[in-house]
Ligand binder design. Structure first.
Ligand SMILES: *Cc1c(COP(=O)(O)O)cnc(C)c1O
Length: 383
C-alpha cells in the first residue's frame, strides 16, 4: 500500500492482507492464541497472541503506522498499555523526563505514583511557554512528553518548539495525539519521535473497546514492543478486528466531528447562559493561530463554562437525553462530563482555582448526531 494514497484510501486499504484471505473483503478474526511452528524458530518468531503477531495485529500495526506517517506501529491492550510501555522503554533508572502540566490522569498517576520506585525522576512544565523549559533540564533528562490538545481546557502546547528543544538537547520527543487524531495532526511530520494514542477514543470511535498504539521509527518501536511483550499488555484479536473496522471510517467521522463541534462552539459562545467556550477553532482561543497553522481540523472536543453553576450545573446534566453523562470521548455518541467532579475530582479547591478546572466547567465530546439536534438539546437544557 502506497503512502501516496489519500488518508481515507489508506484508512481502508493500508495493511490489509494481499491476496485477501479466502477472498474475504474484511480481514477475519484470528481467534487463535497459538500457531503451528517449525522446529528451529527463535522465541521472537513464535506466533502467539501475547507477542502481538497474529494476522490481525500485523494488519493493524501497518495501517496505524501509515495513518500516522511513521515507519512502524505497535498496538497495545489500552492507551495506558502503550503509554507505559513507551515511557519505560525510553527511560531507565536514574533518568529524568519532562512532562506537560495537566496530562491525562492515568499518565500522571503512572509517573507520580510508580516512577519514584523505579528510580525515574520527573518534572512538569508549562508546555505553552518554551522559555521555562531549559531551567528544568538535568544532565540525565532523556525525554519530553506532551499532549497535542490538553484536557479539559484544550490548550495547545508550542509543539514546534517542543521538537526543536528535544533535538537541541538530545531528548526523545513523545506526544499523546489522542485528541487530534491523525486526521487533524500527524506529529511525526513536524519532527516528533514517538506518537501514542488511546485508540479507545477517535481511532476506534465506537466506545466499545479499549486499545492503544505507539508509532515511530522501527528501532524505537521494536524496543517498545519488547517491553510490552514481557509486561503483557497485548490487544486481543477480536479487539484488533473492531479497531481495524473503526479505523476505516476515521476520516469521515473526524471531519464531521470537526465541523459539528465548530458550529456548536460558535453557537455556545453567543449563548446568554454561557460565560466562556474553550475550543481551538474559535478566534477567542489563546492558541487559535497555532491550531490553524498546525491542524487540518479543530477536533470534536469543546469545553464551556456556565454562568451560574450552583443553579445550572445539576439541572443541565439531568435535562440532557441525547448527550450522555459519561467519561471518555471520541465515539459516535456525544458525551458530557463535569471535570471538577469526575476526572479532576481529586484536586484541592486551590488547585481547581489555579488550573481553571472549577465547578462551572463542562467538557463535551461531540458525536455524530445531527448538529441541530445537539444544539437544540443544549439550548433547552440551558434555559
Ligand atoms: C483515555 C486517554 C488515555 C488512556 O487511554 P486508555 O485507552 O483508557 O488506557 C490516554 N491519553 C488520553 C489523552 C486519553 O484521553
Amino acid at each position: 500500500m502506497s503512502k501516496s494514497n489519500g488518508f481515507d484510501t489508506n484508512s481502508i486499504h493500508a495493511g490489509e492482507p494481499k491476496p485477501r484471505i479466502k477472498g474475504a473483503i474484511t480481514l477475519p478474526i484470528f481467534q487463535s492464541a497459538t500457531y503451528d511452528h517449525d522446529e528451529d524458530l527463535k522465541y521472537d518468531d513464535i506466533k502467539y497472541m501475547r507477542l502481538s503477531n497474529t494476522p490481525n495485529h500485523e494488519a493493524l500495526n501497518k495501517k496505524l503506522a501509515i495513518l500516522e506517517n511513521g515507519e512502524e506501529g505497535f498496538v497495545g491492550a489500552s492507551g495506558m498499555a502503550s503509554i507505559s510501555a513507551t515511557l519505560i522503554s525510553c527511560l531507565e533508572k536514574g533518568d529524568h523526563v519532562l512532562l506537560q502540566n495537566g496530562i491525562y490522569g492515568g499518565t500522571y498517576g503512572l509517573v507520580t505514583q510508580h516512577f519514584p520506585a523505579m528510580g525515574i525522576d520527573f518534572d512538569f512544565i508549562d508546555a505553552t511557554n518554551k522559555n521555562q523549559w531549559s531551567s528544568k533540564l538535568k544532565p540525565k533528562t532523556k525525554a519530553i512528553y506532551v499532549e497535542t490538545i490538553s484536557n479539559p481546557l484544550l490548550e495547545i502546547p508550542d509543539l514546534r518548539a517542543v521538537v526543536e528543544f528535544a533535538k537541541a538537547n538530545r531528548l526523545m520527543s513523545i506526544i499523546d495525539n489522542t485528541f487530534a487524531s491523525p486526521v487533524n495532526f500527524r506529529p511525526i511530520e513536524v519532527g516528533f519521535d514517538l506518537v501514542v494514542h488511546s485508540a479507545t477514543k477517535y481511532l476506534n470511535g465506537h466506545s466499545d473497546i479499549v486499545a492503544g498504539v505507539v508509532v515511530g521509527r522501527k528501532s524505537q518501536i521494536q524496543k517498545i514492543a519488547k517491553k510490552q511483550k514481557y509486561f503483557g499488555g497485548s490487544l486481543d484479536a477480536h479487539a484488533c478486528f473492531l479497531l481495524q473496522r473503526g479505523l476505516k471510517t476515521l476520516g469521515v467521522r473526524m471531519r464531521y466531528q470537526n465541523e459539528s463541534a465548530l458550529k456548536i462552539a460558535q453557537h455556545l459562545e453567543k449563548h446568554s447562559e454561557i460565560s466562556k467556550v474553550h475550543y481551538p477553532g474559535l478566534k477567542s482561543h489563546a492558541q487559535h493561530s497555532r491550531a490553524q497553522e498546525l491542524f487540518s481540523g479543530f477536533g470534536g472536543m469543546i469545553s464551556f463554562r456556565v454562568k451560574d453553576p450552583s443553579q445550572k450545573a445539576q439541572s443541565l446534566l439531568k435535562k440532557l437525553e441525547l448527550i450522555a453523562h459519561a467519561p471518555s470521548l471520541g465515539g459516535v455518541e456525544s458525551l458530557i462530563t463535569r471535570p471538577a467532579h469526575s476526572s479532576h475530582g481529586n484536586l484541592s479547591k486551590e488547585d481547581k482555582e489555579k488550573t481553571g478546572i472549577t465547578d462551572d466547567l463542562f467538557r463535551l465530546s461531540v458525536g455524530l448526531e445531527t448538529t441541530s439536534d445537539l444544539v437544540a438539546e443544549l439550548d433547552s437544557a440551558l434555559s
